[in-house]
Ligand binder design. Structure first.
Ligand SMILES: [Zn+2]
Length: 102
């Protein structure tokens, strides 16, 4: 099974996260990836993380090189710009908008 580097990075950050009061299970709810409490429970039970612990979206991804690397980088920069503009717009609207968006 192939996995995305972003997925691995999300899981590693979640695994290293410290639970202060309760997990909140946000990674599970928002990305379909095991949250900290789920990974801790698997570890405590001596179990490993398996593909069936992930939402089926993650196994549906197709990994291939883009046909034109330069075009891909332009597309990536455009997406990043759109995302950054959306985040800045939400922050401009104030704390209530930030809470609603997160
Ligand atoms: Zn959790």
């Amino acid at each position: 099974m192939e996995v995305s580097l972003w997925e691995i990075e999300l899981l590693m950050k979640e695994r290293a996260r410290e639970i202060v009061q309760r997990c909140g299970c946000r990674l599970l709810e928002t990305h379909g990836l095991p949250c900290k409490c789920k990974m801790d429970a698997l570890s405590d039970a001596g179990m490993e993380l398996h593909p069936y612990h992930l939402h089926r979206f993650w196994s549906s991804l197709v990994y291939e090189s883009p046909p034109d690397g330069a075009k891909w980088e332009d597309h990536d920069a455009t997406d990043r710009g759109i995302f950054t503009a959306m985040v800045e717009d939400v922050y401009r609207q104030g704390p209530a908008a930030v809470r609603k968006a997160s």
